[in-house]
Design a protein around this ligand. Structure first.
Ligand code: AP5
Ligand code: MG
Length: 213
């Protein structure tokens, strides 16, 4: 008999640790980590037409238009590695996307990362990422073994263009205006779980596993 499907949505503000937690959990559960942010960043660096269109929105910290994101997500949802399930990291981000997602697939759990704004800004400004494998580091809490280089593939780490102060401010505003209202939408559903996302990554991971049980 096959494994039961596990289709999870991670919802939360920029810098909450969604990507960090999703990468580890998806590996453990052998399901796909579907980060719309990572997909879009790859499209930008490969200079595909979609990436060229998305670039300016992302740099500014604004949402990329729904139809572009949907196009990139739909292809990944149907890929073989998502057959047994997935963690959706960064989608949906507004009500229209939440409704679109319902048309695309059932969802088993929606996990909301709950933490205060001052922690977010600190985490984002110290973040560095690998442009190749998307591994996330933090200069303060999770530095690479060799300064400036990815532990996994040695690539030179970069700072995301939207981790500059002006874009961080915009992202937090966009989150409050468009994404946070989704809480009311999902809270009334039986599969919603809120998780305290403060503390170390290991502590947060433990709470998420309990919420998924
Ligand atoms: P996206 O890439 O999804 O960015 P985001 O939602 O702003 O979230 P982040 O990736 O910044 O944070 P995270 O929660 O993943 O935190 P992380 O684990 O890295 O989207 C980027 C852009 O793409 C959007 O602005 C938009 O333009 C576009 N986009 C994407 N999806 C879209 C959609 N659906 N519709 C429209 N547009 C879309 O952690 C952050 C830092 O903290 C790291 O340095 C990490 O090491 C550290 N850290 C993590 N956990 C802990 C911990 N417990 N303690 C201490 N440090 C920690
Ligand atoms: Mg992320």
């Amino acid at each position: 008999m096959g494994r039961p499907m596990l289709r999870i949505v991670f919802l939360g503000p920029p810098g909450a640790g969604k990507g960090t937690q999703a990468a580890e959990l998806a590996r453990d559960f052998r399901i796909a980590h579907l980060s719309t942010g990572d997909m879009l960043r790859s499209a930008v660096s490969e200079r595909t037409p979609l990436g060229q269109e998305a670039d300016a929105y992302m740099r500014a910290g604004k949402l990329v238009p729904d139809d572009l994101v949907l196009r990139i997500l739909q292809a990944r949802l149907g890929a073989p590695d998502a057959r047994d399930g997935f963690i959706l990291d960064g989608y949906p981000r507004n009500l229209a996307q939440a409704k679109e997602l319902e048309r695309l697939t059932p969802i088993d759990r929606v996990v909301w990362f709950d933490l205060p704004e001052d922690v977010l800004v600190e985490r984002l400004s110290q973040r560095r990422v690998c442009p190749l494998c998307h591994t996330v580091y933090n200069l303060a809490t999770h530095p690479p073994k060799v300064e400036g280089h990815c532990d996994k593939d040695g690539a030179e780490l970069i700072q995301r263009s939207d981790d500059q102060p002006a874009a961080i401010t915009t992202r937090l505003r966009v989150y409050a205006q468009l994404t946070e209202p989704l809480l009311a939408y999902y809270r009334q559903k039986g599969n919603f779980r809120s998780v305290d996302a403060t503390g170390t990554p290991a502590e947060v991971a433990k709470r998420i596993r309990a919420a998924l049980a």
